[in-house]
Design a protein around this ligand. Structure first.
Ligand SMILES: [Ca+2]
Ligand SMILES: [Ca+2]
Length: 178
């Protein structure tokens, strides 16, 4: 009788361990699915925001003839511009003044008069960084396994690692303007 009870008890412990293992696997699988779904949702949002921002920059250029920050179009030495700031001229009307004197970036009274935005309303990217306009972005420059591309004007997000705008690493999201 005692042996029978012991065997029954041992059997229950094995069953318990199996059940715990199964629950563990299911929990891990569920967590992985949730994390992956959230990552995909963030990527989708960033790509959607960048399309809207690319269209916004193109509208700004059509109205005013300048890039964000009042920078001259078709130069690749302009500064990177945080698209959320007022003087970028995307989210709200810029004010007359110099934005970056060394790069010839400024807004004139005529520019402000020609401005017909807001061209886009958005917050930060899904990882808490600003979206940028970068006139000389170099895709994948520091991304092993990928060949770097030539410099190009883009709207971009520094991605999940919140890298510097000029880090040019693998997880950035960027969209060429043209
Ligand atoms: Ca740059
Ligand atoms: Ca990055």
């Amino acid at each position: 009788m005692k042996n029978c009870l012991n065997r029954k008890k041992g059997f229950t412990i094995v069953e318990l361990l199996v059940a715990i293992a199964i629950i563990g696997v299911l929990a891990a699988s569920s967590i992985y699915s949730t994390v992956r779904a959230r990552a995909l949702a963030n990527e989708t949002k960033a790509k959607g925001d960048l399309k809207a921002l690319r269209d916004a920059v193109n509208l700004l250029v059509a109205d005013v003839g300048k890039w964000p920050g009042g920078c001259p179009v078709d130069k690749v030495s302009n500064p990177e511009i945080d698209l959320s700031i007022a003087q970028a001229g995307i989210k709200q009307s810029p004010v007359v003044g110099i934005v970056d004197s060394g790069s010839g970036c400024f807004w004139t009274a005529q520019d402000v008069a020609n401005w017909k935005g807001p061209y886009a309303q958005y917050s930060l990217d899904p990882w808490g960084s600003a979206y940028y306009f970068d006139p000389d972005y170099e895709p994948w420059l520091h991304c092993s396994g990928k060949t770097a591309l030539a410099k190009m004007p883009v709207v971009m997000s520094p991605g999940t690692n919140k890298s510097d705008v000029n880090a040019y690493d693998c997880d950035d999201f960027y969209l060429p303007l043209r």
